[in-house]
Design a protein around this ligand. Sequence first.
Ligand code: ATP
Length: 264
Amino acid sequence: MTLCVTGLTVRLHARTVLEEIDLEIAAGQVVGLLGPNGSGKSTLLRSLAGLVARHAQQVTLNDLPLAALPLKIRARHIAFVPQHAEVEGDLSVEQIVRLGRTPWRRPFQGRNVGDERAVEEAIALMQLAPLRNRLWRQLSGGERQRSQIARALAQQPQILILDEPTNHLDIEYQLELMRLISELPITVVVALHDLNLAANFCTRLVLLKSGRVVASGSPAAVLTPQRIQQTWGVCACVDRQETALNIRYAMRASALPRLRRNVG
Ligand SMILES: Nc1ncnc2c1ncn2[C@@H]1O[C@H](COP(=O)(O)OP(=O)(O)OP(=O)(O)O)[C@@H](O)[C@H]1O
């Protein structure tokens, strides 16, 4: 399935947040969306998921505007995990993951074998079995993140859209999640701040700055020291080790005001 956005300009409260975005995401790509704070990543991901209603006409799935697809059908194709997902009510991890099956359920139909398999698979992939009966409000930030990703996996989408999914995850889970994402036989679009994770697990990177796409291509083509400097104002060395990229940042004097310490 090809997800496409053409000439997308989004204005929120009289501010232009995205400007003239053209993007074609082919089936099977793992696209990393990068950019400084406020550059428009979340807004673009929400648009791709069809959640910016005014612009759902400009996003197409295999040439069909998302606006033309009933919500249930859209949800069978696209799953979205926002940056700060919330859960209403006192749901357990297992109940949250089961929500992912909603688009596949028929009215008055109980759970079927396919539902059970999808839920169990998602719980296992996110290593949530020991937490399955734990309530949402009793979960840590990382456990909540993994529960929401499991919910999206249980949805069995063709396209998975994740907004900073590594937030709250420790290093082991960050690496595990990125490995899993890169091995899924579906399309993934993922916003990330960690350039090393993006460079080493995504097949393509799209770089946003001030609401515009300023670069798109392979990690090695996008993440050059010059572009990192231009985009984030940070000096970086980019080492290539066979197929891997290793990005190291040079420390510089802080732009933040210094705290005075009065000792003694
Ligand atoms: N509802 C809104 N009304 C007005 N401006 C908004 C609204 N939502 C977001 N913005 C602004 O749009 C810009 C892009 O926001 P967005 O959340 O898409 O950026 P981002 O790249 O995901 O940022 P971050 O890396 O900090 O999560 C920001 O300047 C933000 O302040």
